[in-house]
Design a protein around this ligand. Structure first.
Ligand code: NCD
Length: 302
């Protein structure tokens, strides 16, 4: 049994846990720093590159008074061949009371949670889930629109390789959004619609954005292709978010992107920096949402 404070994915999270994390994040955002986890020790175990997820978990832990220990695969005994489990047990033997982990293998946090007695927080596992990102995306939409039920959300880009897409699709459709997936067959295969009931897929980005309230863009993850041919020019012509394409959405439609953005690929500068872009607000909200996730890990809220 995983530790009850673990956060492994959205799919396994109860409705009550989702509501509780979102409302606790709201309170923490209003209250700011809060020493609820003073003296607690949190290990951040990162086997893949990360900027915002790693820094915001670190800022969240520190805002709650906890101490963090950062272990990067490239600068640790992992390079010498130590197994994931041995590394985790070593950190726990030294007093880590929770582990935040990012790993290129789908299921790595789930595996650890079976053998390690501390809460495991999934900060992105392979092509599987990225639950803290989905929670901060839902939090950001709720902050601006006050609801998710009934909103039309177009998810455009590399859905196949994206753990953010998978977690967002689970969470936002559970909260009642109408979701339209869009991308070329290499990045948005037909089978993507089987992830949840009610998903639609279109290969036409203009159709996807029509009447959309939220346009969620995903990075084209070249590092996960493994040689799959991708026609960059075709992608840019057919799927890139430009001001002209954005003009086909509702006048109050908002643009989201989990980062890192590749300007000139999935969106243009004008869209990335435009008044409708929520990108930096998503990053800012990530700290409060991760504070709520860490408090829950230590049983501080129900
Ligand atoms: C994403 C990730 O690593 O899954 N970034 C993030 O954590 N905000 C998305 C990506 O790499 O494109």
């Amino acid at each position: 049994m995983p530790h009850p404070g673990s956060l492994l994915g959205i799919e396994a999270l109860t409705d009550q846990a989702i509501a509780s994390i979102l409302s606790s994040a709201r309170q923490l955002e209003l209250a700011g720093a809060h020493p609820a986890l003073a003296g607690r020790r949190i290990a951040l175990l990162f086997y893949e590159p990360s900027t915002r997820t790693r820094v915001s978990f670190e800022m969240a832990a520190k805002a709650l008074g906890a101490t963090t220990y950062l272990v990067l695969a490239a600068a640790s005994s992992i390079e010498k061949g130590e197994s994931l489990l041995d590394t985790a047990l070593t950190l726990c033997a030294m007093g880590a009371e929770a582990i935040v982990i990012r790993h290129p293998s789908s299921g790595a946090p789930h595996f650890l949670s079976r053998y390690v007695d501390v809460p495991i927080i999934n900060a992105g596992d392979g092509m599987h889930e990225h639950p803290s990102q989905a929670l901060l995306d839902a939090f950001t939409i709720l902050e601006i629109r006050q609801r998710i039920a009934g909103l039309k959300i177009a998810v455009i880009g590399d859905i196949y390789h994206s753990r953010v897409a998978r977690s967002d699709i689970h969470l936002l459709s559970r909260l009642g959004a109408e979701i339209v997936l869009c991308g070329p067959p290499e990045l948005a295969p037909d089978v993507a619609v089987t992830l949840r009931p009610g998903l639609r897929l279109t290969r036409n980005a203009d159709e996807a954005v029509r009447d959309a309230d939220i346009i969620m863009l995903l990075r084209v993850q070249k590092e996960r292709f493994g040689g799959l041919p991708l026609f960059v020019e075709r992608y840019i012509a057919e799927f890139q978010m430009t001001p002209q394409r954005l003009a086909k959405a509702r006048p109050d439609a908002l643009v989201m992107h989990p980062g890192p953005m590749v300007r000139g690929m999935e969106l243009t500068d004008a869209v990335a920096d435009g008044a409708r872009s929520l990108v930096l607000r998503q990053v800012r909200n990530g700290v409060a949402v991760r504070m709520a996730i860490l408090r829950r890990a230590f049983g501080d809220v129900n």
